[in-house]
Design a protein around this ligand. Structure first.
Ligand SMILES: [Zn+2]
Length: 53
């Protein structure tokens, strides 16, 4: 696994946004569907859909 936060003491998971590639840090709101979260924001999700069509 690649972790963009090397050396960070926080053990919260993180992964890059599928659209803008920015690292998203784990949010409590995503606890249930973290595996399904691919975009850092609604904006990215929408724009990714439009551009990948
Ligand atoms: Zn994004």
């Amino acid at each position: 696994m690649t972790n963009p936060f090397k050396g960070n003491k926080l053990s919260l998971p993180s992964k890059p946004c599928a659209h803008c590639s920015r690292p998203m840090s784990w949010r409590k709101a995503w606890a249930r569907n973290w595996d399904q979260v691919r975009y850092c924001s609604e904006r990215c999700r929408r724009s990714h859909k439009e551009t990948s069509a």
